[in-house]
Design a protein around this ligand. Structure first.
Ligand code: SAH
Length: 382
């Protein structure tokens, strides 16, 4: 009798200690977990029958009790600049997104941690759809696993090599950022085991400096994270004072800027980190004046901080506009002159709504276009 797929344990959700326990429960020695992980993460294998160096008995048991199941792809869009966006299924009416951004010498995968978001930042498209649910560990890890497989398949097709041959030939994904939909620290329980798998030598084996968790500023969870993980931290600051940040990032009313920065420096001390990246979305006439740049410099100078200025990406219904390029440059120069490192994030994938803050998980069916729970229009069949 075979177990229905939904009752099987999805191995993508198990960090190494849990997988060892699982393998033991199937009557095998725990070290088999490492072999199993190599098959899954290094070779992108999903079928236990292919895992030929595992005992036949274990393969049979695994087939009955386990599966390697990534989220289902609804659609893939490619941008003119090579950026690729996947729309992935959460359930019948809900979807979430991930984005791959190829650059010279590196490939960054931007993954989601929740379907929707509860934080209600005023300039973010994801906020408009409200919060739907947390992604499971398997769904978070499954994004990376799926993207690695699809990128490998395409690389092979480009070289004219068959899909079945060998293992994953190169590292297409060198960096993973939790900067897609959702607030990762609001899904702490599922995100932390996913980080463990990303960093595990037998998992994706990414260096801790190449995995970045971005948070809107959930202060207690930053302290919690400092106890269990050491990935790179990015913080969505967006304003140099509490009055403005209260408006843009409402969680600030609970945990103000001073408290947030304290948590950031604690994280670095505790985890021996190099610096915290502060994201700052450039909104015309809102937070982009030279005086605000100077106020930001006063907050950060002398601390291990980097500022990443993000040109605002518009979405339907927003009241904000992007600051002009000269204004962004001026803002950056004000920071640099005061000894605060600052870079401007290059906008990628905006022609397919894949840029920062544009991810909304739209599900298009035959009749309606849904943005979260709201029906926003009637779709024209593509
Ligand atoms: N919830 C987390 C993860 C989202 S990361 C966080 O807030 O950090 C996505 C980054 O893009 C955040 O810095 C977010 O503030 C920023 N962002 C959101 N909407 C944007 C928009 N419309 N244009 C540019 N950046 C935006």
């Amino acid at each position: 009798m075979s177990t229905p797929a939904t009752e099987r344990t999805n191995l993508l959700g198990l960090p190494r200690p849990a997988l060892e326990e699982f393998v033991r429960s199937l009557g095998s020695r725990p070290f088999r977990a490492r072999q199993l992980m190599s098959w899954i993460y290094k070779r992108g294998a999903a079928a236990f029958a292919d895992m030929t160096d595992l005992a036949r008995e274990l393969r049979v048991r695994l087939k009955e009790a386990a599966e390697v199941r990534a989220p289902q792809v609804i659609s893939v869009q490619r941008s003119a600049d090579g950026t690729r966006k996947w729309l992935l299924r959460a359930d019948v009416a809900q979807a979430f997104e991930m984005v791959f951004i190829p650059e010279e010498g590196r490939g960054t995968l931007c993954i989601s941690s929740q379907v929707g978001c509860a934080l209600d930042c005023s300039f973010c498209a994801t906020a408009q759809q409200g919060f739907n649910r947390n992604l499971s560990t398997a769904e978070i890890v499954g994004q990376v696993w799926l993207a690695a497989r699809e990128l490998e398949r395409d690389a092979r097709a480009a070289r004219g090599v068959g899909a079945e041959a060998g293992e994953i030939s190169e590292r297409h994904i060198t960096n993973v950022v939790l900067m897609g939909m959702g607030e990762p620290l609001a899904n702490f329980r599922n995100v932390v085991p996913a980080l463990d798998i990303l960093l595990d030598d037998f998992g994706f084996d990414l260096s801790r400096r190449r995995v970045t968790l971005s948070t809107s500023g959930l202060v207690p969870q930053i302290y919690r994270l400092a106890r269990v993980s050491n990935v790179a931290l990015a913080v969505s600051l967006h304003a140099p004072d509490d009055a403005l940040r209260n408006e843009l990032v409402p969680i600030n009313r609970k945990h103000g800027i001073a408290e947030l920065l304290e948590a950031c420096w604690h994280y670095l001390d505790e985890r021996n980190g190099r610096s915290v990246t502060f994201e700052y979305v450039m909104l015309e006439g809102v937070n982009d004046s030279p005086a605000q740049a100077r106020a930001l410099a006063r907050l950060l100078r002398g601390h291990p901080a980097k500022v990443n200025l993000i040109p605002f990406n518009p979405f339907p219904g927003t009241r904000y506009r992007r600051s002009s390029a000269p204004v962004i440059q001026r803002f950056r120069d004000e920071l640099l002159q005061r000894g605060v490192l600052a870079t401007v994030r290059r906008t990628r994938g905006d022609d397919i709504d894949a840029a920062c803050g544009q991810l909304a998980g739209r599900v298009i069916d035959r009749t309606t276009v849904r943005l979260g729970n709201k029906i926003i229009g009637v779709a024209v069949q593509p």
